[in-house]
Design a binder for this molecule. Structure first.
Ligand code: TYM
Length: 332
């Protein structure tokens, strides 16, 4: 809550090509908060360097992620859209919060365990303290709600614990945020292994549908999606592939699982997969069109970054200054 206005905050890493998991689990829902909340949506480039990035790719993807935010319906007049490294308060508050976060808490984070298994040659301290930087992002803006996919819920819960611990020592410092997990886009699974999250870092490109894939590619990927040996389009235990496709179709069409089961009664998986691919491609076509227009004007994107950074800094400065005063840092 800032000036009696509830705040929505979220972020996306510019660390790869964004997937329909990022879209359905997070970005698509961001715009729905614009009317009732003061909204901040960040391109979290500082988080991205916890795993090695090629500098030119990181730079390009930072522009692309901002353009995608806007192409997905985030109006920069109604939402503060900015890049994390442009607001230095994030890194400063993260340091302070590191001193209020326990080693054991960070050790329990499943994303840390997964990523350190995947990048065994680079288990750096930043990867370990990643969640305190994320807590700093959220707490700087006195955030009430954090729309994220279910994989980020544990981080938001740790952020709540850190905020409560800090508030106990220094009352009324931070708003304690709530994660908002959209029911439909909770967790979009890999098309090649539907027991695994669809992830932008997956090496198998057929496992992942990117927001910017063209229609033929999208349809081909859905056609190849791993399912099971049954033929009936129905939710069921152990039917991870079909459950995932029903979830995706439901997100893109707004239909309930029951409606979908009825629609495909007596029709095979082949027909269903084609329908999912078409619904996905049709829904993404206007986003892709808008994205291409926005990306063509780099100057406008840079102007947007600057405006977003100025807006965000105003809020971030206020919270950081309050925290520093409470801690006993001398102000000059
Ligand atoms: P990131 O960049 O991995 O993902 C961005 C958002 O997309 C969601 N998501 C998914 N949702 C459903 N199914 C999937 N397969 C899927 N894959 C990704 C994520 O849950 C996320 O909401 N740590 C965050 C970024 C971050 C952040 C923040 C988020 C940094 N600071 C502050 C919220 C608030 C991350 O790595 O997201």
């Amino acid at each position: 809550m800032f000036n009696n206005q509830p705040v929505s905050y979220s972020g996306v890493q510019p660390s790869g090509n964004l997937t329909i998991g990022n879209y359905l689990g997070a970005i698509k829902n961001f715009a729905s908060f614009s009317e009732a909340y003061k909204c901040f949506y960040c391109v979290v480039d500082e988080h991205a360097i916890t795993v090695r990035q090629t500098p030119a790719d990181l730079r390009r993807r930072t522009y692309e992620t901002l353009a995608l935010y806007m192409a997905c319906g985030l109006d920069p007049e109604k939402n503060t859209l900015y890049v994390q490294s442009h607001v230095h308060e994030h890194a400063e508050l993260a340091w302070i919060l590191n001193c209020f976060t326990m080693f054991g808490e960070l050790s329990r984070m499943t994303q840390f365990k997964d990523k350190s298994a995947k990048h065994a040659d680079n288990i750096n301290a930043g990867l370990f303290t990643y969640p305190t930087l994320m807590a700093a992002d959220i707490l700087l803006y006195q955030t009430d709600v954090v729309p994220v996919g279910v994989d980020q819920k544990q981080h938001v819960e740790l952020c709540r614990d850190i905020a409560e611990r800090f508030n106990q020592l220094f009352p009324d410092t931070f708003t304690v945020p709530e994660p908002i997990i959209s029911k439909s886009g909770m967790k979009i699974m890999s098309l090649a292994d539907p027991t695994k999250k669809m992830s932008k870092s997956d090496e198998n490109v057929n496992a992942v549908v990117y927001i910017l894939d063209d229609k033929d590619t999208i349809i081909r990927k859905f056609k190849r999606a791993v399912t099971d040996s049954e033929t009936c389009v129905r939710l069921g235990e152990g039917k991870d592939g079909i459950n995932n496709l029903i979830g995706i179709y439901s997100c893109f069409t707004g239909k309930s699982a029951e409606e979908i089961e009825k629609e495909f009664e007596g029709r095979g998986y082949g027909e269903f997969k084609l329908a999912v691919g078409e619904a996905c491609a049709d829904a993404l076509a206007p986003v892709q069109q808008k994205y291409r227009e926005l990306l063509a004007d780099k100057g406008a994107l840079e102007a947007q970054m600057k405006k977003g950074a100025e807006e965000a800094s105003w809020y971030a400065r206020r919270t950081l200054s309050k925290v520093q005063k409470k801690l006993g840092f001398v102000k000059i």
